[in-house]
Ligand binder design. Structure first.
Ligand SMILES: Cc1cc2nc3c(=O)[nH]c(=O)nc-3n(C[C@H](O)[C@H](O)[C@H](O)COP(=O)(O)OP(=O)(O)OC[C@H]3O[C@@H](n4cnc5c(N)ncnc54)[C@H](O)[C@@H]3O)c2cc1C
Length: 306
């Protein structure tokens, strides 16, 4: 049985693994996708020590650091279930394999939110995607829409503008809540049009996306003709696994943690975007900080012999 299983392969998980390894704890760090959400960040300019770095390069550094310790076993696998067993917890992978650990840190991040409008599901993968920075490249010379008003949407529009012919940034409010840095960047692009104070009612298509139906006219039409749609309307915390153990969730559906990143279930900790920590400010720096604190709490928990 490992001392700790860290579920996730993103910023919070790798940071936690670096710390648990240095506490000489036998550590399993396991997740479905290496690098997590960080892989979708085209440009990171607020990770201390790196004036500018791509998300994938940053995540590669995190991973290389974590696996440099002999205490760390690194595994790529999706976990379907987690249960309490005598002296710890059992994780069951999608493959049916299992792993056991005395403590668990959940660092499962968040899942992209869907709009739930007609056509969205039907055209998923046929012009509808949930990551502008990942998929914009496929829309070279095309007209696309990015839906949303936060960092991901505005950054996504700026990235898409580098390859697409025209980018419509569609937002239901009249101003963006994204970092001013990204708003300024997108403002510099002459092929981005802001379609503000409009809701998208439907994704239209014929085998593949052909447009969006809006709730109010834009340029004399309530149909916006596009070849691709990037839905960037935020994300919901990935709490399915801690919920299986009965961990408490806060009113914003985040995994409830204390200042020490402990959940309501003894031996279970959380770190990163899925938690109620850091004032719900989901960033690399906060995810890393929470991973660090969670690892320290695991060490204290095991030391106290609970
Ligand atoms: C486009 C974009 C740009 C961004 N740019 C910045 C930026 O410039 N600066 C900044 O500070 N932040 C930025 N962020 C936010 C930052 O990426 C996140 O806050 C951070 O990556 C969260 O890390 P995490 O470890 O909590 O979760 P994640 O990185 O999401 O990792 C979650 C991990 O859990 C795994 N997982 C989930 N469920 C399971 C399961 N059932 N079984 C196994 N594994 C599972 C996933 O595969 C993944 O490995 C950006 C986000 C986006 C989307």
């Amino acid at each position: 049985m490992k001392d700790v299983a860290i579920v996730g392969l993103g910023c919070a998980a790798y940071t936690a693994a670096i710390y648990t390894a240095r506490y000489k704890l036998e550590t399993l760090v396991v997740g479905a996708e290496e690098g997590g959400m960080g892989m979708t960040a085209a440009e990171v300019g607020n990770w201390p020590g790196e004036i500018e770095i791509t998300g994938p390069d940053l995540m590669e550094k995190f991973k290389n650091h974590a696996v440099s310790y002999e205490q760390v076993e690194h595994k790529i696998a999706r976990i379907d279930t987690v249960e309490k067993i005598d002296g710890g917890f059992r994780l069951t992978y999608q493959s049916g394999e299992t792993a056991e650990a005395r403590t668990v840190i959940f660092a499962t991040g968040s899942n992209k939110r869907h709009l739930g409008i007609p056509g969205e599901h039907e055209f998923a993968g046929k012009g509808v995607t949930y990551c502008a920075t990942c998929d914009a490249f496929f829309y070279r010379g095309k007209d696309v829409a990015v839906i949303g008003g936060g960092d991901s949407a505005v950054e996504g529009a700026a990235i898409a503008a580098q390859v697409a012919n025209k980018v419509y940034l569609v937002h239901r409010r009249d101003e963006f809540r994204a970092e001013p840095y990204w708003v300024e960047k997108v403002n510099e692009k002459n092929n981005v049009e802001f379609v503000l104070s409009r809701n998208v009612l439907e994704v239209l298509g014929d085998g593949k996306v052909t447009g969006l139906k809006l709730d109010a006219k834009y340029n004399d039409s309530d149909i916006l003709k596009v070849d691709g749609v990037f839905i960037e309307v935020g994300s919901t915390p990935a709490t399915a696994l801690p919920l299986q153990l009965g961990c408490e969730i806060d009113d914003k559906k985040h995994l409830k943690v204390g200042a020490n990143m402990a959940t309501s279930v003894p031996g279970v900790f959380g770190a990163g975007d899925l938690t109620s920590g850091s004032n719900h400010f989901a960033q690399f720096a906060t995810a890393a900080g929470e991973g660090c604190v969670a690892a320290n709490s695991v060490f204290n928990f095991l030391q106290s012999g609970k």
